[in-house]
Design a binder for this molecule. Structure first.
Ligand SMILES: O=C(O)CCC(=O)C(=O)O
Length: 247
């Protein structure tokens, strides 16, 4: 069961915006981000941050959904384009499209790279959260599942393999707390960090949609949700613009 949105407390260029973005459904803007009136490419923008969005039953239900996805589409270790260096993070996907990385590059594809099977459907609770939090008029097409063991990390990067850059990116955390780092839309500028604990959600949208972001480290043992330890992150994205997909 998902905890309801609290009503009152609740690759191209960036799009700087002077005012705070409106939160969907009258929810207050999310806390945890400093007010930045004129975000520049080198400054970390606001992100919508929902600490504790998912209560314990909702986390358990989402974890079971993740385990079901993994049973159908096993976690595998992607590799960096060109060098073939392995990621420290393991990945799988749900949805009509999955994000993959290998020597051939970064891309979306409809099938698992090892099994050749279509990715399983995006779990219902994930679809519900997407619609509740984003207000985007089309469903997501990709739910990337990242698994971080205690020593895994993810370097600063932009999410820019999608054509639907007007759609937000929703990120959900389960398990050990992660130190999330976010900067501006240009590499090398100021960054700031945020702790993402189990049940937290963030949205990259508007001026933060193309912000550089990554995971510095995992605080091993900070959650007991995963028996094996570590952290799952679900990164939920619309890949194609709705008019092209007919959605
Ligand atoms: O694990 C996270 O919170 C971030 C994941 C991420 O940046 C990505 O999958 O592109």
């Amino acid at each position: 069961m998902l905890r309801p949105v609290r009503a009152a407390a609740d690759r191209p260029a960036s799009h700087p915006k002077a005012s705070r973005p409106k939160a969907p459904h009258g929810a207050a803007p999310l806390v945890g981000a400093p007010r930045i009136e004129t975000p520049a490419a080198h400054a970390p923008p606001r992100v919508r941050y929902r600490p504790g969005l998912l209560d314990a039953p909702a986390q358990a239900a989402l974890l079971q959904a993740v385990r079901d996805v993994i049973a159908a589409a096993p976690l595998y270790r992607p590799a960096m384009p060109r060098t073939g260096a392995p990621f420290s993070v393991m990945m799988t996907n749900a949805g009509p499209l999955g994000w993959v990385a290998d020597r051939g590059g970064y891309r979306y594809q409809p099938t698992h790279p090892l099994t050749g099977k279509p990715w399983p459907p995006i779990p219902a609770p994930v679809l519900a959260l997407w619609h509740e939090l984003t207000g985007y008029p089309a469903p997501p097409e990709a739910c990337l599942v990242n698994y971080y063991a205690a020593d895994a990390r993810m370097g600063l990067h932009q999410d820019r393999d999608e054509q639907a850059l007007a759609a937000p990116v929703l990120s959900l955390s389960l398990g050990d707390t992660a130190i999330f780092r976010i900067g501006g839309t240009a590499r090398g500028g100021r960054t700031r960090s945020l702790r993402l604990a189990s049940g937290d959600a963030i949205l990259l949208e508007e001026e933060s949609r193309l912000a550089f972001h990554g995971i510095d480290r995992i605080l091993g043992g900070s959650s007991r949700l995963l028996a094996e330890g570590g952290r799952f992150n679900l990164t939920i994205r619309r890949v194609t613009p709705p008019h092209r997909a007919g959605a």
